[in-house]
Design a protein around this ligand. Structure first.
Ligand SMILES: *Cc1c(COP(=O)(O)O)cnc(C)c1O
Length: 233
């Protein structure tokens, strides 16, 4: 199956459930992304700042670029002019930097709080209590140029579907609690970014509103990284 065929199949499957498809294009070539674009896709997710900036400059301007991976504060300035949604906000310090760079660009940048749900040491994210603490803080209340539109989570990399379902359910329960406590009147707080190629079906059953799918559409990623001329340190 071609990239275009895969895209159409996944897009219609998830959109029929009312879920948004983020096509994860990290490590993929400009040509492959263009093929998905030509087949109708407009939302792409990248996890490296340098790669996203480089691709954004070479691809059509109506693409929505989502930063899905861990983001270092010192790199926010490179994506602040154009990024549509930052999925991986995992500290107040990062949120403050996004706010500062968004203000410089006269924008409000949408963000998701990344919540730690996996049973693994290696994943980034806020604990439930930390997310609540952040939203209660005076520092957060002062921010004018960021808008938290929901939460994001990555489940444990396991074949145990029951465990994955429990983790995504925990994310949904937290989302519902935050909605009631902090965003009751805010219609924009509505997104749950959860689910990748291997577990998107479970994620949708457990309340996902955005799935992030890469390898199921483009094929298995080769380890070789996307070549770039832009140097960001
Ligand atoms: C790579 C990545 C994905 C997509 O993974 P696939 O298994 O290729 O679908 C989703 N989310 C994040 C945060 C990623 O880094």
């Amino acid at each position: 199956m071609s990239i275009a065929d895969n895209l159409k199949q996944y897009k219609s499957e998830v959109e029929s459930d009312g879920v948004k498809l983020i096509v994860v294009s990290k490590t993929q070539s400009i040509e492959s992304i263009q093929e998905a674009y030509n087949a109708g896709q407009r939302i792409f997710g990248e996890n490296q700042v340098q790669e996203m900036v480089d691709k954004q400059s070479q691809l059509p301007a109506d693409i929505e670029w989502h930063l899905i991976g861990h983001l270092q504060s010192n790199k926010v300035k490179y994506i602040a002019p154009f990024v549509k949604l930052i999925h991986g906000v995992d500290s107040l310090k990062l949120l403050q930097e996004i706010d500062k760079q968004a203000a410089k660009n006269k924008r409000v940048i949408d963000c998701l709080l990344q919540i730690y749900i996996a049973d693994e040491d290696t994943k980034f994210g806020l604990g439930f209590d930390e997310a609540i603490e952040l939203l209660r803080s005076e520092e957060y209340a002062r921010l004018q140029n960021v808008r938290i539109v929901g939460v994001m989570g990555i489940a444990t990399n396991t074949k145990n579907e029951k465990q994955i379902a429990i983790e995504f359910n925990e994310l949904k329960v937290l989302f519902d609690g935050l909605k009631l406590s902090f965003f009751r009147k805010d219609d924009y707080f509505k997104e749950i970014s959860s689910g990748m190629s291997a577990d998107y079906k479970i994620a949708i059953e457990e309340g996902s509103t955005m799935v992030r799918i890469g390898s199921a559409i483009f094929g298995k990623r080769v380890i070789k990284h996307f070549k770039t001329d832009i140097s960001i340190n």
